[in-house]
Structure formats: structure tokens, C-alpha cells
Ligand binder design. Structure first.
Ligand SMILES: [Zn+2]
Length: 138
């Protein structure tokens, strides 16, 4: 299926209630035509003072519309980005991009929701032909 903003928004609201206790503030959702990712959370990363901790703001959720994803892959992609968002809005510091915190949240949602979120999505051959380059997830 090719995603629409309305579909992603509905899923975001549903998953927010199901897996994040409604803790995620709404954010702009945009469709992307990029060749390099299925989903991506964009944000501003700023320090208030030199060597101070980073503060994350101005979040935008981007979902690829170039690929005809299965509903499950699309939903898992949305959830993957929501985990990044959850970590960022809590201002948690993960050990790396998909570090211990990310893996803990991914495991929790996969187990409670019977989902198959993964760290890295490798598009299948057909998707690969559509994308031409392998997705490099953030
Ligand atoms: Zn990621």
C-alpha cells in the first residue's frame, strides 16, 4: 500500500495510545520521495551551552511513499520511528542510534504487540529494484 498522511496520522494516534501511554506529542507528518529510507525522524539538535547536553526539538516524521509497502511493514516502520521519537522527547541518551534504550523499547513493543519491528529494514529484491540503494536507517 502507498501511505497517505491521514493513514500515518491514524496509526500514529493508535500506536501512541497502545504502546506509549499517549505520551508522544503530535508532530508534522510528511511523505517522502527519497530513495534512501523507509521512514525517518527529523529534528533539530541543539546545545544550550558549550558541552551541555543536546536538546531535541522541531520533530518531523517522514515516511516513504515511493515504495508499495505491505501494511505490516508500513506500520512497523511508523513504530520504529516512534521509538526514536519517544527516546528523543524524553531527552534520553541512548548508547548509540539503535542502542540499549532503542532495543529495550523495540523488544517491549514487539512482545506486547506481536509486532516485528527491526533495527534495520532490508528491502526485498522487488523493493530494492524500486529503491536502487539500500536503506540506511537513522
Ligand atoms: Zn532507526
Amino acid at each position: 500500500m502507498v501511505p497517505t498522511v491521514e493513514y500515518i496520522q491514524a496509526r500514529f494516534d493508535e500506536f501512541n495510545g497502545l504502546y506509549f501511554n499517549g505520551a508522544l506529542p503530535s508532530l508534522p507528518i510528511k511523505l517522502s520521495n527519497a530513495r534512501t529510507f523507509l521512514g525517518k525522524l527529523c529534528y533539530k539538535k541543539q546545545r544550550k551551552w558549550l558541552f551541555g547536553p543536546y536538546n531535541y526539538s522541531d520533530f518531523v516524521l517522514r515516511i516513504n511513499m515511493r515504495l508499495d509497502m505491505s501494511e505490516e511493514l508500513l506500520d512497523d516502520t511508523i513504530l520504529h520511528e516512534m521509538i526514536h521519537y519517544y527516546i528523543a522527547v524524553n531527552q534520553w541518551r541512548d548508547t548509540r542510534t539503535h542502542g540499549q534504550l532503542f532495543r529495550r523499547e523495540m523488544k517491549r513493543i514487539n512482545e506486547t504487540g506481536g509486532r516485528h519491528i527491526s533495527i534495520s529494514y532490508r528491502p526485498n529484491a522487488e523493493q530494492m529494484a524500486q529503491l536502487r540503494v539500500r536503506r540506511r536507517p537513522i
